[in-house]
Every structure is written in C-alpha cells, then in structure tokens.
Design a protein around this ligand. Sequence first.
Ligand code: BV8
Length: 234
Amino acid sequence: MPIIKNIVILTGAGVSAESGIDTFRSAGGLWEQHRVEDVATPEGFARDPDLVLRFYDMRRAAIQTKEPNAAHRALARLDAEWSGELLIVTQNVDDLHERAGARRVLHMHGEHLNAWCTACDVRSPWTAPLIDRPPCPACGTSALRPDVVWFGEMPYRMDDIYAALREADLFVSIGTSGAVYPAAGFVRGARDLGIPTLELNLERSQGSAWFDQTRLGPATELVPAWVDEVLGGA
Ligand code: BV8
C-alpha cells in the first residue's frame, strides 16, 4: 500500500443530503423545481433578478436550519488529526463542513453565507435575504448578488485546486454525480498524474468508470468508515 501523505477530497450535494439539503439531480431535486438557465446563470439573473434572488434567499434561509451529519463530522475529524496535506474541495455552497469543524475547506462554487457586491467587488458575510436590495456593507450601493459561481462563470481558486492535486497521493470524491465541469474532470486529472482515486457515493455516477475504486452507500456510513481506515492506517 503506497504511503499516503497528501489527500484531496471533492464533495458534492450528496454529502449534505442526509442533513436535509436538496441535491440537484435527484427526484424532486433543485433542478426539477427550477430551470438551471433561469436561476443559476448570469443571463438568468440579468433577465429576472427577483426570481434568482428569491431562489437563493430560500436556500440561504434553509441551510441555517440544518445541521452537519456524520459524514461532515468524520471529515472534520480527519482534518484535525491528519498530519499530511489535506484539502476538502467542495462544490457545495452550504457551510456544513465548517460547522462540523473542518478548516482546510475550499468552496470552488462559492458560499450562500456571503453576499458579493458587483459595484465594489467586496464579499461580505450575509445571512439575510437579498430580495429587498439591501446596501453593500462596504460601499453602500444596492448591487449585491449571491456569492455563488453560476454556469458559464469561472469557479474559484482553480490554481490552488490544481496545485493540491499535483501534490496529492490520493483523490477521493464524495456525494457527487460528476455532471458538472471542471469539478467532474478532476478524477481524470488525478489518473493522468498516477494518483489513486476512490469514489464514495450512493449510486454510480457519471465518473465512476474513472475511479480505481467505488464504494456505494450513504455518506453517513461510508465516510466515517473510510476515515477510520485512513486514520487507523496513519
Ligand atoms: C466553467 C453553484 C469556464 C450554484 C454550481 C466541459 C464539458 C461540458 C460542459 C462544460 C465543460 N466545461 C464547462 C462546461 C459548462 C458547465 C457544465 O459543466 N455544464 C454541465 C451541466 C454539462 N460548467 C460551468 O459552467 C462551470 N464554469 O466551466 O467556466 C471554465 C472552464 C474550464 C476551467 C475553468 C472554467 C461552472 C459550474 C458551476 C455551476 N454552479 N453550483 C448553486 O449551487 O446554485 S454547480 C452545482 O451543480 C453544484 O455546485 C455541483 O457542482 C453541481 C451538482 O452536482 P452534485 O453536487 O454532484 O449534485 P447532484 O445532485 O448532481 O448529485 C448528487 C450525487 O450525490 C448523486 O450522484 C447521488 O447519487 C449522490 N448522493 C445523494 N444522496 C447521497 C449521495 N451520496 C452519498 N450519500 C447520500 N446520502
């Protein structure tokens, strides 16, 4: 078994599903209730800002009523006890990784609990609705938008993610369908770098064929067991 020192973990909506946060593509999921192009694109925001602001106000309020689950807690434990490099790259815009205690977390698609001012470019911590066009805490302009990466927009900190992947000895993907790029391409990048890859997911994903190993089941069972294994072997 090769020595594992540096780990990159990619998480998606599936890691927060058991906390009661809707995933995107599951039956009754977010994309069944809303047209992606209407609520998660800059064009949709330009066309109907109220529709988009209400969509994110609803989700921002909802996550504040949810709690981290055993998968979030297990990853927070790994973060606290792992002496090597570790980066939790999440596609999720909720704050459950951090509320579970994880620190080495990178939100590549943004965060619900920030508001981004399109006038002064400042991102401010935000828990309230944006529909009433509140003033930006930094410049006072009413030009706030959700701090999330919409389709067609560049994800955050891609250089940091690729740098961590280049140093990684293991790439693990948890609770993601592998439907959205560039995140869905990380497993192939890891393979090309000769890095072992592991998938933990409820069902096979669009990327399963690219993983060395896939374990199927709920994150609250698979993730604590995997963390025990890794720390047990540490
Ligand atoms: C970009 C924030 C330029 C907003 C999101 C290449 C090929 C084809 C298309 C493209 C391409 N490159 C770019 C594109 C276009 C596009 C794209 O990928 N389109 C898709 C639809 C084909 N990508 C973009 O536009 C991206 N920007 O490309 O910029 C560029 C190019 C190169 C390099 C740099 C930049 C921006 C995409 C980001 C959009 N914003 N979120 C918001 O949240 O509202 S994406 C959003 O959807 C999530 O963040 C996430 O990324 C994605 C949803 O996926 P998942 O999280 O996986 O959720 P899903 O519901 O799909 O699946 C859940 C999984 O969990 C399932 O597998 C299920 O089995 C499992 N599960 C469920 N319950 C459990 C579980 N597992 C374990 N336990 C459980 N209990």
